[in-house]
Design a binder for this molecule. Structure first.
Ligand code: 7TS
Length: 407
């Protein structure tokens, strides 16, 4: 594929034409949620204008067409993640719901007191709290793989930690607070050798790099549509068919049943067993359009372009006196978290906003990462495919100006 025209790609995002406080918006918070290209907005609008009906139930044409579109979106996700079958793709609200589903369905059904789950110190709260809830419900042990001061895990330490007791490892693919990209394929191999299964939190990964669940070898993979240029409220749980097949439903209701009497309910086949109630039809259709958008650029091109942005941002930000980057992993995605001596992150983010520069300040739902680095919060610039070098220059200039006001 030839190099894409990135200024043309940026033009596809109407929101980036907005003026914020008198200046063109510089959006540097794609880690929280990405902006949406016109093609995704059109797909959602077209669904409601010309295709809306409930799925899997009507015998009339409109409902059949809505069902085809919804199931077509599932096939698209299957191909995007390289799952073996569409039955392995469960539509959920997002990564958070996917982790809760696995914890409550697989976890409650397969774990007993004393069994161990391993997560890492760099997890987002959504890959910590559901496991803590499970721990408190059934008495399992929750162990934490530490990170070093670069923000990396060690495969050696991981190897030593995993034991016969370990039944599941749940690890983030790319950290939202540090940018670290974890060696999930090697970790899966190590876990599998010890007889444990592996869940990967891919919320930050699927918009930045090619993800192939069969290549990784993981058992579950979770991601969120809204971080990959798709709508909010739609996400994906990939699960190996054999595992999903054996798991009990997570929620009960319509669509997830085959037959119901007051005595007994027979559950529907995969993946419907896990999709109780009317699903987020427009969300799935919008997500399919987002995948088309990503694939029209090419995930390898995206990774290359964002590596350039990361390198430029790292270089420029490192030149600011008193600024310290939190998270310096050798393998890193386009996220830069940092602190500035003597400046509270929230004050800085507020001043940057006045210049039209949107960054996030806070703990990024990864409080243990803040605890590791002994900071209350960081400022985070996270990049998407629409960002360019001028955005980074605007960020750096605004920081310099804000510093003069604050210090
Ligand atoms: N896992 C990671 C690594 C994340 O970054 C996030 C959201 C989630 C899970 C949860 O995803 P959700 O779509 O279910 O909410 N991260 C962020 C963030 O960095 N800023 O806002 C949300």
């Amino acid at each position: 594929m030839s190099a894409p025209d990135y200024s043309q790609i940026r033009q596809q995002f109407p929101i980036l034409q907005l003026n914020e406080n008198g200046q063109t918006l510089v959006y540097l918070d794609s880690g929280a949620t990405s902006q949406k290209p016109q093609s995704v907005i059109d797909a959602v609008q077209n669904y409601y204008s010309a295709e809306n009906a409930n799925v899997h139930r009507g015998v009339y044409g409109l409902s059949e067409r809505a069902t085809e579109k919804y199931e077509g979106a599932r096939d698209k996700v299957k191909q995007f993640l390289n799952a073996q079958a569409s039955e392995e793709i469960v539509f959920v609200r997002g990564t958070t719901e996917a982790v809760n589903l696995v914890a409550q369905s697989w976890g409650r059904d397969n774990l007993k007191p004393g069994d161990e789950i391993i997560i890492s110190e760099m997890e987002h709260h959504s890959n910590i709290v559901p496991w803590q809830m499970l721990r408190d419900q059934i008495g399992i042990k929750l162990s934490v793989l530490p990170i070093n001061d670069q923000g990396e895990i060690s495969l050696e330490t991981f190897k030593e930690m995993v034991s016969e007791q370990t039944k599941l490892v749940s690890i983030v693919h790319m950290s939202n607070a540090l940018g670290t990209i974890n060696p999930v394929k090697q970790m899966t191999e190590i876990a599998h050798n010890a007889g444990a299964i592996v869940m990967v939190d891919g919320a930050q990964a699927t918009s930045h790099m090619q993800v192939d669940v069969q290549e990784i070898g993981c058992d579950f993979y979770a991601t969120s549509g809204h971080k990959m240029y798709g709508p909010t409220g739609i996400g994906v749980l990939y699960g190996r068919q054999e595992l999903l097949q054996a798991m009990p439903p997570y929620q009960g209701g319509g669509d997830m049943i085959y037959s119901v009497t007051f005595e007994k309910t027979e559950y529907n086949v995969l993946p419907y067993k896990f999709e109780a109630g009317t699903p987020h039809i427009s969300g799935a259709i919008g997500l399919a359009a987002a995948i088309d958008f990503l694939e029209s650029i090419g995930l390898d091109n995206i990774a290359e372009r964002e590596a350039e942005l990361l390198q430029y941002a790292t270089e420029k930000l490192s030149g600011i006196e008193g600024l310290q980057i939190i998270g310096q992993a050798a393998n890193k995605g386009a996220v830069v978290g940092f602190v500035i001596e003597g400046v509270h992150p929230h004050d800085m983010a507020t001043l940057l906003d006045q210049d039209g520069v949107a960054v996030r300040a806070g703990h990024h739902c990864a409080m243990p990462v803040m605890q590791h680095f002994k900071v209350p919060a960081t400022i985070r610039a996270s990049f998407g495919i629409y960002n360019n070098l001028e955005d980074i220059d605007r960020l750096v200039n605004s920081i310099e100006e804000a510093k003069m006001m604050l210090l």
